[in-house]
Write a protein that binds this ligand. Structure first.
Ligand code: ZN
Length: 142
């Protein structure tokens, strides 16, 4: 299995068996993200305590990239501080936009979405849940 196939497998696995799917009771922030270009929708709920993402869940529908990206994201940000989550957003967004100056060591399963940069219309799908996260964290800041 080459690396592209492995990445493909990770995306399909998360699409078929999404992690942290659902909605959180008493979420601190709940936010909806939509990507009209593809018809993707994500509803993200977060629990935050002492600047840490203590729990996260998502619901939604749409293409494999958008749903798998949300699933991988929830696994990657759970337990992270808000600034770590923001940093991961920056790195992931650089990676899927094809910028080379991101930190590959931080990526883990997120690296599966690296190939998205070759399909500009898919970048919005991959970033949907991350943009929702960014908005949620900004909402929480004030
Ligand atoms: Zn999509």
């Amino acid at each position: 299995m080459d690396i592209d196939e492995l990445y493909q497998e990770i995306i399909l696995d998360h699409y078929k068996h999404p992690r942290n799917r659902g909605t959180l009771e008493n979420a601190d922030v709940k936010i909806t993200g939509k990507n009209p270009f593809c018809g993707d929708e994500i509803i993200l709920s977060l629990k935050l305590k002492d600047n840490i993402v203590t729990d996260v869940a998502f619901e939604g529908s749409g293409c494999a990239i958008s749903q798998a990206s949300a699933s991988v994201m929830t696994e990657q940000i759970k337990g992270k501080t808000l600034s770590e989550a923001r940093e991961l957003f920056q790195e992931f967004s650089k990676m899927v936009k094809g910028e080379i100056n991101y930190d590959p060591e931080k990526m883990d399963e997120l690296a599966a979405f690296k190939g998205v940069c070759e399909y500009p219309t898919r970048v919005k799908c991959a970033l949907l849940s991350w943009n929702a996260l960014k908005n949620a964290l900004e909402q929480k800041k004030e």
